[in-house]
Design a protein around this ligand. Structure first.
Ligand code: ASP
Length: 439
């Protein structure tokens, strides 16, 4: 008998997984602490040697290993996920539910950001000197971003066709173009469903083995995560420009407040009342994903951990994770959307540009649509944000004001993004009435 929504129980976490989570937690704390000390220590040859020869290789090894698994994992898992769903009708139902959920939560995120920035007005007291000095400091970086932003605008429409449908599969895989990879996986999955079932079975067995092996590799990588997370934190925190933070403190405050609201209140309400799960339990189980996202600032790099954590710590079956995680990590970006709306309106406030009601509505629609195309990599949203700003008559060069603090805010928005993917996958399991204790 299929259990009712309220009956679904999540199996207890295994001791080994609890230990890994605890170690990652310690790694993050120790890394942040050392990072602060390194920051206070200031630039000097010994510090730079440690950063370049110890922290950088450890962090890079972790990031590259995670990225190494992304393409085989997504391709094998999603193709198999489509096959497991058994029919185009099921795919449509699950896909529709998931996209509906993502759209609803991203709209809430945008609304939170917009309400906070319009009420608190963080851009009101910014001085001319700060505008001038940021412009000088980030001149070349902004010029590079402007070029990328122009390319992004071209890729939105009609370029989106080329972004999604690859001419050369290998090229898109090499570029980790997630929208293309998802497209290829879904099309091949549908094709396998429509050929002779014995032959399709053989392909599915191979895909299943690749997917399982990839998850196994992620398990190995996670054993290394405590050290890697510490190394990444040391590198990031030691290079934060704490002095530039002071000048845009109100802006940082608004963005962080928005993240916290969405993370604890929006998701908290969904977890408690829709998923019917104790909040503490959720965050404890989700910890490896949160820490990976926080230290890597990349949804793509976190995706393998998200998939493994949902299977191991939450007991979700592959039929849900293989479908929802690649989709979520690519198109569901609540934290990014929240950040984008605050940043765009903050810069408009600084330059004294009034965005009327129609402008606000256009901004919401632009961010809703463009957040889908944001690459899940550090700073992936900045070029897209600049093109949205340009479309609204906000000078894209104004981005210079916030670039100095973006690494910090990127860590937070990536956490919100991936938490949305976890909640989305659990929501799908709920509405599909899946018994989690069976896995
Ligand atoms: N770093 C974010 C992510 O990977 C993307 C962004 O907003 O820049 O999810």
């Amino acid at each position: 008998m299929t259990p009712s929504l309220a009956d679904i129980i999540i199996p207890p976490m295994k001791n080994e997984d609890q230990r890994v989570s605890a170690r990652i937690f310690i790694g993050l704390l120790v890394g942040a602490l050392i990072g602060v000390l390194f920051n206070l220590w200031g630039e000097n040859p010994t510090r730079e040697w440690i950063l370049d020869n110890i922290c950088a290789p450890v962090g890079t090894a972790f990031l590259r290993a995670l990225f190494m698994v992304v393409v085989p994992l997504v391709l094998s898992s999603l193709t198999l996920g489509v096959c497991n769903l058994g029919s185009g009708k099921n795919i449509g139902r699950l896909g529709g539910r998931l996209i509906g959920f993502y759209m609803a939560t991203v709209l809430v995120a945008i609304f939170i950001g917009q309400s906070l920035v319009l009420t608190i007005q963080p851009g009101a007291g910014i001085s001319e000197e700060l505008i001038e000095s940021s412009r000088d400091r980030f001149e070349s970086q902004v010029a590079g971003l402007k070029e990328r932003s122009a390319m992004v605008s071209d890729s939105l429409w009609p370029g989106i066709v080329e972004t999604i449908i690859p001419r050369n599969i290998v090229f898109e895989f090499a570029e980790t173009n997630m929208l293309s990879i998802i497209f290829v996986a879904v099309v091949f999955g549908l094709a396998l469903l429509s050929i002779d079932s014995h032959r399709a079975r053989a392909a599915q067995d191979v895909l299943g083995a690749i997917s399982e092996a990839s998850i196994k590799i992620v398990g190995w990588i996670m054993l290394f995560a405590p050290f890697a997370v510490a190394a990444l934190m040391i590198t990031a925190v030691s290079q934060f420009g704490f002095e530039v933070m002071g000048s845009v403190l109100m802006y940082i405050g608004v963005v962080v407040l928005g993240y916290l609201f969405h993370f604890f209140i929006t998701y908290g309400l969904l977890i408690r009342f829709l998923l019917r799960m104790p909040l503490k339990d959720f965050y404890r189980r989700a910890w490896p994903v949160i820490a990976t996202a926080f230290s890597t600032s990349s949804s793509n790099a976190t995706m393998p951990t998200t998939m493994r954590t949902l299977e191991k710590n939450f007991g979700l079956p592959k039929s849900i994770t293989t479908f929802s995680v690649p989709l979520g990590a690519t198109v569901n970006m609540d934290g990014t959307a929240l950040f984008e709306v605050v940043a765009a309106l903050f810069i408009a406030q600084v330059f004294g540009i009034h965005i009327g009601l129609m402008g606000q509505v256009t901004l919401v629609i632009l961010i809703l649509l463009t957040s889908v195309g944001v690459a899940g990599v550090p700073g992936g949203s900045v070029p897209i944000l600049m093109s949205a700003m340009a479309a609204l008559g906000i000078p894209p060069e104004g981005i210079a004001l916030v670039l100095g603090v973006d690494r910090l805010l990127d860590m937070g928005r990536t956490v919100v993004n991936v938490t949305g993917d976890l909640v989305g996958a659990l929501y799908l399991a709920r509405v599909e009435k899946i018994d989690l204790t069976e896995n």
